[in-house]
Design a protein around this ligand. Structure first.
Ligand SMILES: Nc1ncnc2c1ncn2[C@@H]1O[C@H](COP(=O)(O)OP(=O)(O)O)[C@@H](O)[C@H]1O
Ligand SMILES: [Mg+2]
Length: 254
C-alpha cells in the first residue's frame, strides 16, 4: 500500500485521528529516524486525542451551555466579598462525585451564573454528563408540553451527573406545575445522589412564597440542603458596570 491507500484504509477503520496526522508522522520518521515503536505510539496517541476532543465537544453540545466561561476570566477584585475559596472548591468537582449540591444565592449581576457555568463547563471537560437549564424558561416550556414530552424532559433533567438550575424564581412566583416539577427533580436526584447547582436572586426564606406552598418549599429545601454548599454573592452588578462603561463613551470617542 502507498501512503494514500494507507490513509484511506485508516479512514475505513474509523481511525481518522491517525489518518489526519499520518503524512506528518511519516515525514517526521524520515527526517529523525526515530524507533518504529515511537512513531506507532505517536500515531495511536493522535487517535486517542482526536476521540477525546470529539467526546468532549459532544458533551458540551449536550450540556445546553451557550458559552464556555471559566474562573480564570472572572475578576475577583470587582466584588471582593464573593466566596472565592468556595467557588474554587466547587470547581474541583468533588461535590459531583459525592452527589452533593450547591446553592448560589445573591444580588443580580454579581456572577452567579458565570460561576455556575464555569463549573458546568469544567465538568464537561472532565467527562461528566451535564445539563444547564434556564430554570424559569425551561419550566414554562415543560408546562406547555404533552405528557410524553414532559416525561422525556424530566428524564433529561434526572439522568445527568450534574444539573444546573440557573436563575430560579427569576420571575418570582412559578406556576404550580413548575413547583411540582422542581419537587420531582430534587426528590429523584436526591435519591440517586446526583448533584444540583441552583443559582437564584431569591433568598431561601422566600422560596415558599414563590412556590406558592410553604410545605413544599420545606421538603425541597430539606433534601437540597442535606449535602450542600451555600454560596452568598454580595456586591455590585457587573452588568451595570459594563452598561455604565458604554454610556461613559462619548460619541466622539466611539
Ligand atoms: N467579577 C466578574 N468578573 C468578570 N465578569 C463578570 C463578573 N461578574 C459578572 N460578570 C459578567 O457579568 C455578566 C452578568 O453576570 P452573571 O453571572 O450573569 O450574573 P448573575 O447570574 O449573578 O445575575 C456576565 O456576562 C458575567 O460573565
Ligand atoms: Mg444569573
Amino acid at each position: 500500500m502507498n501512503l494514500i491507500e494507507i490513509e484511506r484504509t485508516l479512514r475505513q477503520l474509523r481511525l481518522s485521528g491517525m489518518a489526519d496526522t499520518l503524512s506528518t508522522r511519516v515525514m517526521e520518521a524520515q527526517v529523525g529516524q526515530p524507533p518504529f515503536l515511537e512513531t506507532l505510539a505517536n500515531l495511536l496517541q493522535d487517535e486517542l486525542d482526536r476521540r477525546r476532543s470529539r467526546l468532549t465537544e459532544r458533551r458540551y453540545k449536550r450540556s445546553g451551555l451557550d458559552e464556555r466561561p471559566t474562573l480564570a476570566d472572572f475578576d475577583w477584585r470587582f466584588n471582593p466579598k464573593l466566596p472565592r475559596a468556595a467557588c474554587f472548591e466547587l470547581h474541583t468537582l468533588k461535590f459531583v462525585g459525592e452527589g452533593a449540591n450547591a446553592l448560589i444565592i445573591g444580588k443580580p449581576g454579581t456572577g452567579k451564573s458565570h460561576v455556575a457555568k464555569a463549573v458546568a463547563y469544567q465538568a464537561t471537560l472532565q467527562g461528566y454528563d451535564v445539563r444547564h437549564v434556564e430554570a424559569d424558561t425551561e419550566f414554562a416550556r415543560y408546562g406547555l408540553a404533552s405528557a410524553p414530552e414532559q416525561a422525556g424532559l424530566l428524564k433529561g433533567w434526572i439522568e445527568p451527573d450534574l444539573l444546573i438550575l440557573d436563575d430560579l424564581f427569576l420571575a418570582r412566583r412559578i406556576a404550580d406545575v413548575s413547583a411540582e416539577l422542581l419537587q420531582a427533580i430534587v426528590h429523584q436526584r436526591y435519591k440517586l445522589r446526583r448533584a444540583i447547582v441552583i443559582t437564584s436572586n431569591r433568598v431561601v426564606q422566600d422560596w415558599g412564597k414563590y412556590l406558592g406552598d410553604a410545605t413544599m418549599a420545606t421538603t425541597i429545601l430539606d433534601r437540597l440542603m442535606h449535602r450542600c454548599s451555600m454560596l452568598e454573592f454580595e456586591g455590585r452588578s457587573y452588568r451595570l458596570k459594563e452598561a455604565a462603561a458604554r454610556i461613559a463613551v462619548t460619541p466622539e470617542q466611539a
